[in-house]
Design a protein around this ligand. Structure first.
Ligand SMILES: Cc1cc2nc3c(=O)[nH]c(=O)nc-3n(C[C@H](O)[C@H](O)[C@H](O)COP(=O)(O)O)c2cc1C
Length: 312
């Protein structure tokens, strides 16, 4: 187990849509494994919540070819949702997570190919050991020529209704930034019954190799993450926070406590760290400790005093 870092948990403890967490800083889906992989680097008890790699109905080997490309101030990935599938997740992975990190809040991220499949996944995940579910609607809808569920307000709402009807867990819907008006999607998902929103997922990008004239990524395009995303994500959180009442999990390009504070001021109740985990595997707890220091320096008693306080 990694060393714990001193921080005042009284100032940091957070209730996110009924999900109790020791800090408001979570490990983002796809960048934090199932959490337990980080046990050598951090004290998992100091993690706000582990958000799992995206689980799908069947096991997936992911995309062939190059899956990661570095860009200035960020990276692109086209992992292709490599994961063991829901059955193996429930039989093998979940018990291991609960054995190694029994006290850490565990949120399962998942996606599916149709509205019905989303409901089936939510039902299967309605088990002990799962504290909440995060619905990834950035994936392609096989019945709509591969258009992502999260790009159409009505379809995003349909997925949300189906998931809500299939589970007793808090439902976080993770929005795609690859849309013209994210507020429209956020409001549709809130009306459909989501308990919380997470934003943002990756922005679609492309890198071309000028020596070969070929795309660098095996999948041609990929999802952009990292510091370059932050101003876009903060803007979207701010716009959505003004339009909805449900809590927001803000993410996209957070590397430092100051970055996280920007999201909280914009209106997020909690934050998640993605690509930065690859640079600093202790980022989730370092950012929480940094937020604590920031609160102390400002004479604030609790992190909730920052939420939505931007003077804009
Ligand atoms: C390698 C990698 C894999 C990811 N896998 C998933 C996933 O399975 N499900 C999901 O909802 N988001 C996934 N994401 C998106 C992140 O959770 C996050 O929304 C995005 O990277 C923006 O945050 P960041 O800039 O802090 O990385 C992935 C991101 C990366 C870099």
């Amino acid at each position: 187990m990694g060393k714990s870092i001193p921080m005042n948990m009284d100032r940091l403890k957070t209730d996110f849509a009924g999900i109790k967490m020791p800090t408001p800083v979570m490990g983002a889906s796809g960048t934090f494994g199932f959490g337990v992989e980080y046990d050598d680097f951090i004290d998992l008890k100091q993690v706000g919540a582990i958000i799992s790699k995206g689980i799908t109905p069947l096991p997936r080997a992911g995309n062939p070819g190059v899956r990661i490309a570095e860009t200035p101030a960020g990276m692109l990935n086209c992992i292709g949702l490599e994961n063991p599938g829901i059955e193996k997740f429930l039989s093998d992975v979940l018990p291991k997570v609960k054995e190694k990190a029994p006290d850490t809040t565990f949120i399962v991220n998942f996606s599916a190919g149709s509205v019905e499949e989303f409901g089936m996944m939510a039902k299967k995940l309605d088990v002990d050991g799962v504290d909440a579910i995060e619905v990834n609607i950035s994936c392609p809808n096989v019945k709509a020529e591969g258009l992502a569920f999260g790009t159409d307000p009505e379809v995003a709402a349909e997925v949300t209704r189906e998931v809500k009807a299939s589970t007793s867990k808090p439902v976080i819907v993770k929005l795609s930034p690859n849309v013209t008006d994210i507020v429209k999607i956020a409001k549709a998902v809130e009306e459909a019954g989501a308990d919380a929103l997470a934003l943002i997922n990756t922005l679609t990008g492309m890198v071309i190799d000028t020596r070969t004239w070929k795309p660098l990524l095996g999948n041609i395009t990929g999802g952009m993450s990292g510091p370059a995303l932050k101003p876009i994500a903060v803007r979207m959180v701010w716009q959505v926070a003004k339009a909805v009442k449900i809590p927001i999990l803000g993410l996209g390009g957070i590397s430092t406590a100051e970055d996280a504070v920007e999201f909280l001021l914009a209106g997020a109740t909690a934050v998640a760290i993605g690509a930065e985990n690859f640079v600093h595997p202790d980022a989730v707890v370092q950012v929480a400790a940094g937020i604590d220091k920031y609160l102390e320096s400002r004479g604030l008693n609790h992190v909730s005093e920052l939420i939505g306080k931007v003077e804009a």
